[in-house]
Write a protein that binds this ligand. Structure first.
Ligand code: ADP
Ligand code: ZN
Ligand code: ZN
Length: 818
């Protein structure tokens, strides 16, 4: 009898594909194993076996597979079920989910580009014969398609060889040419061990009386150590004692001073620190823990609402400990930007090498390693901490899922498909594993709080900061008046200026928050008013002072800053709006002696971009940190006593039904960075609308009223959680085609189903990379079936694609668009 397998190919086609296999292969293959298969005329893909059966396909002749790639399934049945749920719920194909879920090293295909990994010295003796052939081929040509490698070494079945070479770090994949990271070592200096007592120091200084410069260095070091209590950098000592490298070196040579290094990177746990017992909870944390456990008893997803710095993490730790003790795996999900070394090293103190970290900035080998460790249920990956893609890992016995900062919009994947919400998909994953699921936040999303209020979710809360630390003192600063009376220093009100001044004098640190959205600095001609536009997108170019460029935030187009206006030739150009760069510049000018740092997308590129800045701020090498949204998440800086919000209005005015909710969340979170120790922190929020309801709710911490008002509005205007929304986006390069196509689709939707259909409408930026965009918003009311609506939409799409003119229009679904 003939044998067949159905295979999921990592491409956006609806169907699975059937291939024929030998009876021997049928004995070996299981769902969840990978096979290399031919596709189309000459392509080879890695596919995932979905099922094994004896039914030949009706419409085509089944091709044979090239070869088996695994000895055992690398994907579990539960995972496949979960991925099918994602494909169906978020209206995409199973292949798209697979492409997103598996590390790219698992999905080699004929078109994949490979190159030699020049970061490692390769010992050719370690390579098997076939590996050596590939290695040799890559000596002559730096980048090769898998297909080409296969031709050069005259082997059809090349994928396993390449996988071995990837594991041996001989090659890398082109799509991820990662910054090769070398932990940065900072050189510090201290007094030699034999001079640590006062008498010995005195004796030393005595011997140095004839070497005044050396004596000066020793004294300065002594003072610095005494006054700051922090490690002293060699560079710092050199500067403060006004000396030279040579003199410091001569002291080091004489063992009077001692050099040492601190690795600024702490991501990789080296088992160095002792295992620390988790902290005893205070009564509020204890009560929350009891409530959570009671709710877990009823198998309920549970929401923990705890004010910033209330010690939510310590509560998670207790639950994680219990889960691990039972021998079960745990998943701790965080938004990418909250996944900082601060949090990781804190958890590593408790859980040591049981922790595996998984996120997009990790390279292929690291990701494959974590995958295998989780698959094999190894103790060193019992607790996985990761950003949204970590929930695709092959958990076998998941006991607990924690979704921290559950309100974060970045849990929703925007592009490409699957456009899933990691919080919601993780809840489904938890249910499939019968695992407990905990959502945590200081400012829960309206959806989750709604679910808790309606008892669909369990609920627990902590209303006080840990250690009787007071909530920061928040003040709204009216900048409308100040601007009118010309009392602003640049973008700084008098109050903020004085606040910074006082804080600096007291040795405190300051965070200045500038919203990323809006206020992109633009270049404007003072003569004709022209602002340079992107040639590919309907949007103005933004000005980047740091690179002295104009850049498009949508397609990356950039040009050097022009000397004169493109339109009229006038040399009088001015920059408008203000971003973090401008704030950084202004504050440095206002407080010349303060050390100012900036944290935004530009300064944090690369795998360890954040950490460098966070560490510098943590070690108090910076006095003021200017930053965007990135600053709001889970950072615990002990010495920050003032947080300044440069302008709250750009948040409030964002054209989105969630703008108010987001403003509340963002401002509360950023304020939460202030005063995390005994001294009460201060927050100054500059705004043109000091009487705005949301801002008042932020300053009084009135989540309840914010929630009630927002829920009322969502009800009035039919938005989640009262309705569900599906956003349909059309993309095409031709303006007329897209208009017609979107109208046709909207018409069909209106006549086919009862819910609300809005649009078609152009988004604020209606053309990106030369493609026009148009949206339709479908609102599904709570009485209607979401599944039926989706099926309807799919049917309409089928008829739509039958119209030849519309065939080239891309249709993109975003279910639960946020
Ligand atoms: P949240 O996550 O709610 O913002 P954290 O868990 O970061 O709060 O806790 C804030 C600070 O309080 C941290 O420095 C943490 O170490 C400390 N802390 C919290 N709970 C305890 C506890 N039970 N014992 C000692 N310190 C605690
Ligand atoms: Zn001009
Ligand atoms: Zn552009």
């Amino acid at each position: 009898m003939a044998n067949f397998i159905n295979v999921i190919l990592p491409i956006p086609l609806e169907r699975l594909f059937t291939y024929s296999i030998t009876s021997e292969e049928a004995g070996l293959l299981k769902p969840g194993m990978r096979v290399a298969v031919p596709f189309g005329k000459s392509k080879i893909y890695t596919g995932l076996v979905y099922s094994i059966h004896q039914d030949p396909p009706q419409a085509y002749e089944a091709k044979e597979i090239h070869q088996l790639l695994d000895d055992y399934p690398i994907v579990h049945d539960t995972q496949l079920k979960h991925w099918e749920w994602i494909a169906s719920y978020y209206m995409c194909t199973l292949g798209e989910v697979v492409r997103s879920a598996l590390p790219s090293a698992f999905l080699l295909e004929s078109e994949t580009l490979v190159l030699r990994n020049t970061a490692y010295e390769i010992d050719e003796n370690d390579l098997l014969d076939d590996e050596f052939l590939v290695f040799e081929a890559l000596q002559h040509q730096s980048v090769l398609k898998v297909q080409e490698v296969s031709a050069i070494v005259e082997r059809k079945n090349i994928l396993p060889v390449l996988e071995r070479l990837l594991a041996k770090k001989v090659i890398v994949l082109k799509e991820e040419v990662y910054e090769q990271y070398k932990p940065k070592l900072v050189r510090y200096v201290r007094l030699g061990a034999q001079y640590t007592t006062d008498e010995k120091l005195e004796a030393l200084l005595h011997t140095l009386t004839r070497a005044p410069k050396q004596s000066q260095v020793v004294l300065t070091l002594f003072q610095l150590q005494g006054s700051t209590g922090k490690p002293i950098k060699v560079s710092e000592l050199e500067k403060s004692s006004n000396t030279s490298k040579a003199i410091i070196k001569s002291l080091v040579d004489k063992a009077i001073l001692e050099e040492y290094y601190i690795k600024t990177d702490r991501v990789n746990y080296d088992g160095g620190t002792e295992h620390v017992d988790s902290k005893a909870l205070n009564e509020y944390q204890e009560q929350a823990l009891l409530d959570i456990k009671a709710s877990f008893q009823e198998d309920k997803v549970t929401l923990l609402k705890g004010v910033t710095s209330s010690g939510k993490t310590e509560v998670y730790v207790k639950l994680l400990e219990e889960c691990l003790e039972k021998g079960l795996q745990a998943l701790y999900l965080l938004p990418e930007i909250a996944l900082t070394t601060q949090l990781i090293s804190r958890l590593q103190e408790y859980f040591g090498d049981k922790i595996a970290i998984y996120h997009s900035k990790y390279n292929v080998q690291e990701r494959v390693e974590v995958w295998q460790n989780v698959l094999q249920g190894k103790p060193k990956a019992q607790l996985v901490i990761g950003a949204r893609s970590a929930m695709f890992l092959p958990f076998g016995k998941l006991g607990l899922v924690v979704v921290d900062e559950e309100h974060e919009g970045s849990f929703k994947q925007f592009d490409p498909a699957p456009r899933y919400h990691a919080r919601d998909a993780a809840i489904v994953l938890g249910l499939m594993h019968k695992a407990n699921v905990l959502l945590g936040s200081a400012t829960p999303s309206i959806e989750s709080y709604f679910n808790a209020q309606s008892h669909k979710y369990g609920y627990a809360e902590i209303t006080r900061r840990y250690g009787n630390v007071l909530m920061p003192d928040m003040e709204l600063v009216d900048i409308k008046e100040a601007t009118r009376k010309k009392r602003m220093k640049g973008h700084f009100s008098e109050q903020l200026f004085v606040g910074i001044d006082e804080t600096l004098n007291e040795g405190g640190q300051i965070i200045l928050f500038q919203n990323r959205r809006g206020f992109a600095p633009l270049l404007e001609c003072l003569t004709c008013g022209h602002t340079p536009q992107c040639p590919n997108c309907d949007v103005s170019l933004t000005y980047h002072q740091y690179r002295n460029q104009l850049r498009c935030h949508y397609c990356g187009h950039h040009t050097a800053l022009p000397e004169s206006c493109f339109a009229c030739g006038s040399p009088e150009l001015d920059t408008k709006g203000f971003g973090t760069e401008q704030i950084e510049k202004e504050v440095s000018a206002l407080f010349p002696s303060a050390k100012v740092g900036r944290m935004d997308l530009d300064t944090t590129r690369g795998k360890h971009g954040y950490e460098k800045i966070i560490t510098a701020f943590e070690q108090q090498e910076l006095d003021i940190l200017v930053g965007t949204q990135m600053l709001t998440k889970g950072l615990d800086f002990r010495n920050v006593s003032l947080v300044g919000v440069m302008n709250a209005d750009s948040l409030l005015n964002f054209p989105d039904y969630r703008a108010h909710e987001r403003t509340y969340q963002l401002l509360t979170q950023v304020s939460g960075r202030a005063g995390r120790t005994k001294k009460r922190g201060k927050v100054l929020i500059q705004t043109y609308n000091p009487y705005h309801q949301i801002l008042k709710q932020v300053t009084t911490g009135d989540y309840e009223n914010m929630y009630a008002e927002q829920l009322y509005e969502r009800g009035q205007f039919k938005y989640p959680p009262i309705c569900r929304i599906i956003k349909v986006t059309f993309k095409h390069k031709n303006y007329n085609v897209i208009n017609e196509a979107a109208d046709w689709f909207a018409g069909a939707l209106r006549s086919n189903f009862g819910g609300t259909v809005l649009g078609p409408e152009y988004p604020p930026v209606a053309r990106i990379r030369n493609q026009y965009l148009k949206h339709i918003m479908v609102k599904v009311h709570s009485g209607e079936s979401l599944a039926r609506t989706k099926a309807n939409i799919r049917r309409i799409e089928t008829s739509f694609k039958a119209v030849s003119m519309y065939r080239s229009v891309r249709v993109i679904y975003n279910v639960d668009h946020i």
